[in-house]
Design a protein around this ligand. Structure first.
Ligand SMILES: [Zn+2]
Length: 123
C-alpha cells in the first residue's frame, strides 16, 4: 500500500474510448434494463460505443451481458446471439472514479474499478 499516496498525487490521464480515442464523459446513471438488472452507470461515446462502470472490477460477466443487451436495445436474445470479434468488440480501461481519470491496468489489477466499452461491428 506504500504506493497509494503516490498514486493519488499523480495527475490523472483522460479516459479515452479504446475504439476511437476520444475522451469520454463521466459515467452517469443509466435506466435499468429490466427488473432483474442492477443499477448501472455508464454512457455513450460519440463513435457509438457504450461504456459501463464496474466499481468493483469483478463484474465482468454480468456487465458484459448488460452491455450487450443495451447495444441491442434491451433485446437479450439478440445480445446472446452476437459473436465477439465479429458482431461486437469489447475492451476495458482501468478507471479512477474520484478523478474521472484512466488508470493503467497492472498485473493483479483484478478488483480495481474499470470501465467496460462495447461497440457493435468488427471494425
Ligand atoms: Zn468512441
Amino acid at each position: 500500500m506504500s504506493d497509494r499516496s503516490e498514486h493519488f498525487k499523480r495527475k490523472g490521464e483522460p479516459v479515452l474510448c479504446p475504439f476511437c480515442k476520444a475522451a469520454v464523459p463521466r459515467p452517469g446513471a443509466l435506466a435499468p434494463l429490466s427488473a432483474a438488472s442492477s443499477d448501472a452507470a455508464g454512457g455513450r461515446c460519440g463513435c457509438g460505443a457504450l461504456f459501463l462502470f464496474d466499481a468493483s472490477g469483478r463484474e465482468g460477466g454480468q456487465l458484459l451481458l448488460d452491455g450487450l443487451a443495451r447495444l441491442c436495445e434491451g433485446d437479450l436474445t439478440r445480445a446472446l446471439a452476437l459473436e465477439g470479434g465479429t458482431d461486437y468488440r469489447i475492451d476495458s480501461v482501468g478507471y479512477n472514479p474520484r478523478g474521472h481519470s484512466a488508470e493503467p491496468i497492472r498485473r493483479g489489477g483484478f478488483g480495481r474499478p474499470k470501465l467496460w466499452f462495447f461497440k457493435l461491428g468488427a471494425s
